[in-house]
Design a protein around this ligand. Structure first.
Ligand SMILES: Nc1nc2c(c(=O)[nH]1)N[C@H]1C(S)=C(S)[C@@H](COP(=O)(O)OP(=O)(O)OC[C@H]3O[C@@H](n4cnc5c(N)ncnc54)[C@H](O)[C@@H]3O)O[C@H]1N2
Ligand code: MOO
Ligand SMILES: [Mg+2]
Length: 643
């Protein structure tokens, strides 16, 4: 059974423990007063006529509320692509003192698209930087972004921003500018306290950044570093949803000879060039006969083996043609009688002259009809299927010599830590061997992904910055390990934010192991890049690679199955630890006497990589405060089930 592994995890959540900060990448200045108000205006002929649902307006409102829980959406409307109507509505909302008006729709090239023109007629000052930011960031996702004509500007104390008409485009563009909205509004409304605070923040050199969310902590000084992480603790399923949502990058395809395509994912539906088999063929070694002759004697006219062409005149009543398995059925014959159901009546010089059919044949018996395995011009394999041995065999059978497959995204990896040495080096006091790099590179290899190795990087912001820049110039996805928790040498998040202007979508996940798992996207040299900052503890690094990185790689590679298979499993809740996180227990899972049995694979401390040696499953243990003794959970199968 294959299904999404994270689908049912939310039931394991202890709500009291959740810190729900839905968006991490803005400053929601709740301290600003009075309450900021927003209007969301959908400009669309078809939505106005109710021919289409207004998903863009709804999604945008949702994104806005998530980003700014303390702001109020006071105005909403759907109007047609009509210049005067747009102008009137915008003017009315400005008069009503809406602080920010987001429009969606009418920004493109079609004749009816007039939102930018109407907006320009209303605003007093244009804010081209906002439109520029949206276009630049969108270009990293799609070249279509260059077709946007969106305008942003200020009238009185209102900021008006045009967003694209598609729900995805509108929400995406909003996410690109949301960070600056509170400060923009503080400036427009002349909120001096907020403005000064922000200016001080921006000018200060950032040393400890933990979180870029509401309680962004900025200090030069270790004694003032945050005592609590300011990253929201996301549930695993929430976090993975974000990974999927935020990881849209262009995936290329290539054409490969079938013999080199093992484990690649098909990027086309494959049609059979030929019928398989290409002719009616015998299923047995025996005699091609006429069923209507019933049982009794047959004169053996000739013989046909596999590979022979059936160039014989049609079979006559009373005749048989000796036939081999896979040989073409001769014209006229309508059944095959296996040799076991016959006896020899007459022979000459070792050749059969006459045989007896001992059992009356049935019409069609032991004949494999042309195209019965695969019919010509039908789809035999579908886009998204990963090619394993039988797939390659089927491709060969239907006469396919090359196939279009997706190119796997390119991945790079480095580990961080001043304590780390290569596995072949001598250790000095305080040093340990780097096990994460080889474990992860080989875990990826097991899943058929190659990655570029950038070695061990010291815990130093400049060195980390250079390593990230080098890797992201070559790779689309970067995996790092270490340096993502609360320590004074944990620099990964800080470098990503400060030096790469990355959006850190999450920096903490409610899971054991793997709590400080970090996921960020950024634009580097004009292209969108993805960074997984995995925790340094060896088990944490491997488990989070299994649960986040590998499913994403499969998804990006176009595979229609990207999650590990799961099986339902009842766990007995014995432990009572203070650590409330749901735990992914490394286990040996077997099928014994009709039952699934799972044994934890020794000590489960996050440094003990041996817990993964021989483990084929991760038992999801509920958080320790769940009071029941038995709990229906599931096992994630990361290897083959033992029997
Ligand atoms: N005050 C807090 N401390 C820690 C927390 C926390 O919430 N508050 N979280 C703990 C958890 S959970 C984890 S997991 C780790 C993650 O730490 P980092 O990602 O910052 O990783 P490092 O500090 O660099 O290293 C942690 C640990 O792993 C060893 N390590 C690192 N890299 C490798 C490698 N390539 N091969 C082998 N071993 C490696 C390193 O020596 C450390 O022992 O943070 C906890 N702390
Ligand atoms: O979450 Mo950490 O990964 O416990 O060791
Ligand atoms: Mg650390």
């Amino acid at each position: 059974m294959i299904r999404q592994i994270f689908g049912n995890l939310s039931c394991h959540v202890n709500d009291n423990k959740l810190i729900k900060i839905p968006n991490l990448n803005y400053t929601d200045s709740t301290a600003m007063s009075p309450t900021i108000t927003c209007g969301i205006l959908t400009v669309s002929d078809s939505c106005y006529k109710k021919e289409k649902e207004d998903t863009s307006g709804k999604e945008l409102e949702r994104a806005f509320r998530r980003a700014f829980p303390s702001f109020k959406v006071t105005h909403k409307d759907i109007i047609p692509d009509d210049r005067d109507k747009i102008i009137n509505t915008l003017n009315k909302w400005v008069e009503d003192q809406c602080n920010i008006v987001l429009t969606t729709g009418g920004t493109g090239f079609s004749p009816r698209d007039v939102t930018p023109e109407a907006t320009r007629a209303v605003i007093e000052k244009e804010a081209p930087g906002i439109a520029y930011a949206m276009i630049t960031k969108s270009l990293a996702i799609t070249p279509m972004a260059m077709l946007s004509r969106a305008v942003a500007g200020i009238k009185a104390q209102s900021l008006i921003v045009n967003l694209p008409g598609s729900a995805k485009g509108a929400v995406e563009c909003f996410s690109f500018i949301q960070e600056c909205i509170p400060h923009a509004l503080a400036l427009i409304t002349d909120n001096k306290t907020e403005v000064t605070k922000k200016h001080r923040e921006v000018q200060k050199r950032v040393s400890f950044v933990d979180g870029c969310g509401p309680s962004k902590v900025i200090t030069d000084n270790v004694a003032e570093r945050p005592r609590e992480s300011t990253y929201a603790m996301l549930e695993v399923d929430e976090a993975f949803e974000l990974v999927l949502k935020e990881s849209e990058i262009r995936v290329e395809t290539e054409r490969l000879a079938v013999e080199n395509a093992l484990f690649r994912v098909l990027a086309e539906d494959v049609l059979a060039y030929d019928d398989v088999p290409p002719f009616d063929a015998s299923v047995k070694d025996g005699y091609a006969v006429l069923a209507s002759d019933g049982e009794g004697p047959r004169r053996v006219r000739t013989a046909l083996g596999a590979g022979d062409a059936p160039h014989t005149s049609p079979l006559q009543p009373g005749e048989a043609i000796r036939i081999g398995t896979g040989a073409p059925i001769p014209p006229g014959a309508d059944a095959v009688v296996q040799v076991e159901d016959t006896s020899v009546l007459r022979k000459s010089k070792g050749e059969e002259i006459e045989i007896n059919v001992n059992k009356a044949p049935v019409k069609g018996q032991d004949i494999r009809r042309m195209g019965c395995d695969v019919a010509k011009n039908t789809v035999v394999l579908m886009n998204g299927e990963r090619l394993k041995a039988p797939h390659v065999g089927v491709l060969a059978a239907v006469g396919k010599s090359t196939v279009t497959v997706y190119k796997p995204v390119s991945v790079g990896i480095f580990t961080t830590g001043n304590e780390l040495k290569e596995h072949y080096e001598e250790l000095r006091p305080g040093q340990i061997r780097d096990s994460n790099r080889l474990a992860l590179i080989n875990l990826l290899k097991e899943c058929h992904y190659e990655c570029d190795d950038y070695g061990i990087i010291r815990d130093d912001p400049d060195t980390i910055k250079k390593a990230i820049a080098t890797a992201l110039t070559i790779n689309d996805i970067l995996i790092t390990t270490g340096g993502v928790s609360m320590g004074e040498f944990d620099f990964i998040k800080r470098v990503l934010i400060e030096d790469f202007n990355a959006t850190v979508h999450f920096g903490r996940v409610n899971m054991k192991p793997g709590k400080p798992t970090t996921f960020a996207t950024l634009s580097h040299e004009g292209a969108k890049k993805i960074v997984f900052g995995l925790p340094g503890n060896p088990v944490s690094a491997s488990v989070t690679c299994l649960l986040f990185v590998i499913p994403l790689l499969r998804h990006l590679e176009g595979a229609n199955v990207w999650q590990w298979p799961t099986i339902p499993y009842v766990v007995s809740v014995k432990k009572q630890s203070t650590d409330a996180r749901p735990e992914y227990v490394r286990a040996v899972v077997s099928y014994l006497h009709g039952k699934i049995v799972a044994e934890p694979n020794g000590g489960q401390i996050s440094s003990r990589l041996n817990s993964l040696v021989g483990a084929n499953g991760l038992i999801l243990m509920p958080p320790s405060m769940i009071p029941t003794r038995e709990y229906l959970s599931h096992i994630i199968l990361i290897g083959n089930l033992q029997t």
